[in-house]
Design a protein around this ligand. Structure first.
Ligand SMILES: NC(=O)c1ccc[n+]([C@@H]2O[C@H](COP(=O)([O-])OP(=O)(O)OC[C@H]3O[C@@H](n4cnc5c(N)ncnc54)[C@H](OP(=O)(O)O)[C@@H]3O)[C@@H](O)[C@H]2O)c1
Length: 244
C-alpha cells in the first residue's frame, strides 16, 4: 500500500527551483514520486536542478516571474496540477527611514504579488485539481523582528494572510493552502544576507536556536508533508520551522 506521505502520481509545480530551498524541495519531491514542474530565473542553475530530479516526465520552464507577460505564458504551459510550492523570493536589509516607494514594489513584487497572481491565474485557467495543495514560503521574520527586516517581514506576513483566505475560499473543492515559516536555513539567500549582517549577529541568532540553523532538506520534508495526503485535514495553517 502507498504511504500517505508519498507524492506518487502527483504533479507539483515549484517556483524558485534554481536555488536553495526550492532546489532541494524539487529534488526531494521527485524522490517522493512526484512529477515536478520547475521554474527559476537562471536557466543554467535551473538545468542543474533538473539534472538531479529522479524519474521521468519532469518539466523545466525558466522565467523571470516579475514579468507579467512571462507569467501568463508560463501558466499557459503548465499541466494540470496537484500542488504548487511558491519558493521564489528575495530578502534584504533596509532600515525603515530609508524605505522608498520602489523598495516596497521590489520586495512585494516577488514575495507577495507573484505568488498571489500566479495562484489566481492557475485557478482561473482551471489547472489546479480538486484536493490540490498550495504551499507558500513565509518566514519567522513575520514574528521576530530584526533591524532592516520591515519590508521582508511585511511581505511574508501579507502572504500568510492571503494563504488563510485562499484556504477558506478553496475548501469546497478540497484545495488546501498552508505556509511554512522557517528561521535561518543555510542557502545562498542567507549567505548573501551574511554580507550585510555581521558574523557576530549571525552567531547570536544561531545561539538563540537550540537546534541551530536549518538545512534546505528540513524545509523540503515539511513541504512534502503538506503536499501529501497525510496532511489532508490541514489547511489555513503556518508551520514554524525554527530549530526550537
Ligand atoms: N533561507 C532562509 O533562511 C529562509 C528563511 C525563511 C524563509 N525563506 C524563504 O524561502 C524561499 C526560498 O529561499 P532560499 O533561501 O532558497 O533563497 P535563494 O537560494 O536565494 O533562492 C531564491 C529563488 O527565488 C528565485 N527568484 C528570485 N527572484 C525571482 C524572479 N524575479 N523570478 C523568478 N525566480 C526568482 C531565484 O531564482 P534564480 O536563482 O534563478 O535567480 C531562486 O531560485 C524564499 O521565499 C525565502 O523568503 C528562506
Amino acid at each position: 500500500m502507498n504511504s500517505p506521505f508519498s507524492l506518487q502520481g502527483k504533479t507539483i509545480f515549484i517556483t524558485g527551483a534554481s536555488s536553495g530551498i526550492g532546489k532541494e524541495t524539487a529534488i526531494a519531491m521527485s524522490r517522493a514520486g512526484a512529477t515536478v514542474v520547475i521554474t527559476g530565473r537562471n536557466p543554467e542553475r535551473l538545468e542543474e536542478t533538473f539534472n538531479f530530479l529522479v524519474g521521468d516526465n519532469h518539466i523545466m520552464l525558466a522565467t523571470d516571474l516579475t514579468s507579467a507577460e512571462d507569467l501568463l505564458v508560463l501558466v499557459d504551459q503548465l499541466p494540470e496540477l496537484d500542488g504548487i510550492v511558491h519558493s521564489a523570493g528575495i530578502t534584504g536589509h533596509l532600515p525603515v527611514k530609508f524605505i522608498g516607494e520602489e523598495d516596497i514594489s521590489t520586495f512585494f513584487r516577488i514575495n507577495y504579488e507573484v505568488p498571489v497572481l500566479l495562484t489566481g491565474r492557475v485557478l482561473k485557467k482551471k489547472k489546479l485539481k480538486n484536493k490540490a495543495s498550495v504551499v507558500f514560503l513565509s518566514s519567522i521574520a513575520t514574528r521576530y523582528p530584526y533591524f532592516g527586516g520591515a519590508l521582508y517581514g511585511s511581505a511574508k506576513a501579507a502572504i500568510e494572510a492571503y494563504s488563510r483566505v485562499l484556504a477558506l475560499e478553496m475548501a469546497p473543492k478540497g484545495i488546501r493552502s498552508n505556509c511554512v515559516s522557517p528561521s535561518f536555513v543555510q542557502t545562498p539567500m542567507v549567505e548573501q544576507a551574511g554580507q550585510t549582517i555581521s558574523t557576530e549577529v549571525l552567531d547570536k541568532f544561531e545561539k538563540m536556536m537550540p537546534l541551530g540553523f536549518g538545512e534546505p532538506l528540513d524545509v523540503a520534508n515539511a513541504i512534502i508533508y503538506l503536499l501529501s495526503d497525510a496532511s489532508k485535514w490541514v489547511t489555513g495553517s503556518t508551520m514554524t520551522l525554527g530549530g526550537g
